[in-house]
Design a protein around this ligand. Structure first.
Ligand code: MRU
Length: 355
């Protein structure tokens, strides 16, 4: 498990400390968020990112709001505003709704203390949930290791690691547990353009943990699968519908298509906080965030002198589109690895999960 927490409340309960993920992998920078406004900015501008971590951060944003003004009006306005920071990951709405429901039932004078406790509970539960996902995913990895020689070759997309959660990660939890159990692994890390969460965050995490891995260009996954180089795919998710359609980082759908065509099992690690039972048709109903064109037209990295620089990769004046997520239809998903076990990506599979 990660020893560093991507988010934690400071002892005075007047601020939270986060890892500013924009600086990784080149620098480990901690930032203090001391107001709901700072929390909103950190989520919108992706200082913190990843569905479960966005939810936990927003919960602390509500706590910061309650420390300032615990009135009904501040609760309603503050939660609605924080929920609008990013549209796609349902964990944001889930965590805020959990906070709102708890606080509405709490006398105004007690709201600040209860809010901090509830935000801590959301963060701590995330660690336990991901550990359980890891145990269920570990069984899948063990089954592959038992039937073939050499490393189990996992492909993953984006960063669904501990940086995207409070602990363990979702898609990475089976990887970390398998590594701890002494199972030989090799992880193919999709770079995940345009923001390169795979190249900068997942590769950093796996490197810290000593898990063998290689970063590949996003377009390499299909080729690797055609050549028998991938035994299993584990990805995370930002929202899963009641019939099992999976929304995740842009490019996930193409990996699922390639996996389907090549008979490679494609598993989605899904904490039930990422389930949106109110939606069915993921393609039609899930809001897809459109982010700045600059994320596509420019790249950031470290130069030979150690400075972080941004470079332009397109001709001057080129326009770009930047849909940040896509939807993988349930039929392409082998299974959903949840904290309650592995279930089919189907209406029946989802219905079997506790509400
Ligand atoms: O835009 P991001 O970096 O917040 O997107 C993150 C992803 O799509 C992750 O794969 C997903 O949130 C799962 S995190 C456990």
């Amino acid at each position: 498990m990660n020893t560093l927490r991507p988010i934690r409340a400071l002892p005075g309960r007047d601020a939270v400390e986060i890892i500013d993920q924009r600086a990784l992998p080149h620098r480990l920078v901690m930032e203090t968020l001391a107001s709901p406004q700072a929390v909103y900015t950190a989520i919108r501008d992706m200082w913190v990112r990843g569905a479960p971590l966005i939810g936990a951060t927003a919960a602390y944003g509500v706590a910061l709001q309650m420390s300032r003004d615990p009135s009904d009006a501040a609760l309603e306005e503050g939660t609605a505003w924080l929920a609008s920071a990013r549209p796609t990951a349902v964990n944001l709405a889930w965590a805020i709704e959990r906070m709102r429901a708890r606080l509405r039932a709490t006398p105004v004078v007690e709201r600040a203390a209860v809010a901090w406790n509830e935000a801590d509970a959301i963060a701590d539960e995330d660690i336990a949930v991901n550990r359980a996902i890891g145990e269920h995913g570990l069984a899948l990895v063990k089954a592959i290791a038992a039937r073939k020689p050499g490393p189990v070759r996992v492909l993953t997309h984006c960063n669904a690691g501990w940086l995207a959660t409070v602990g363990w990660g979702t898609a990475t939890a089976p990887i970390y547990l398998a590594h701890q159990a002494g199972i030989e692994l090799h992880v193919w890390v999709d770079e995940t353009r345009p923001r390169n969460q795979g190249a900068s965050l997942t590769a950093w995490e796996l490197g810290q943990a000593g898990v063998p891995h290689a970063v590949v260009a996003d377009n390499a996954g299909g080729h690797l699968m055609q050549h028998g180089q991938v035994d299993i795919v584990f990805v995370g998710c930002d929202r899963v519908t009641a019939r099992g359609d999976v929304c995740n980082k842009i490019g996930t759908y193409l990996k699922a298509l390639a996996a389907h065509d090549n008979g490679v099992p494609f598993y989605v690690a899904m904490p039930t906080s990422t389930l949106d039972r109110s939606l069915h048709d993921g393609l039609a109903e899930i809001p897809i965030e459109e982010r700045s064109a600059r994320e596509v037209t420019h790249l950031a990295g470290r130069d030979a002198d150690g400075r972080i620089v941004e470079v332009q990769v397109v001709p001057d004046g080129t326009r770009a589109a930047n849909p940040a997520f896509d939807v993988t239809p349930a039929r392409l998903v082998t299974g959903l690895v949840t904290e309650h076990g592995v279930v089919p990506a189907s209406a029946a599979g989802i219905a079997s999960l506790p509400v």
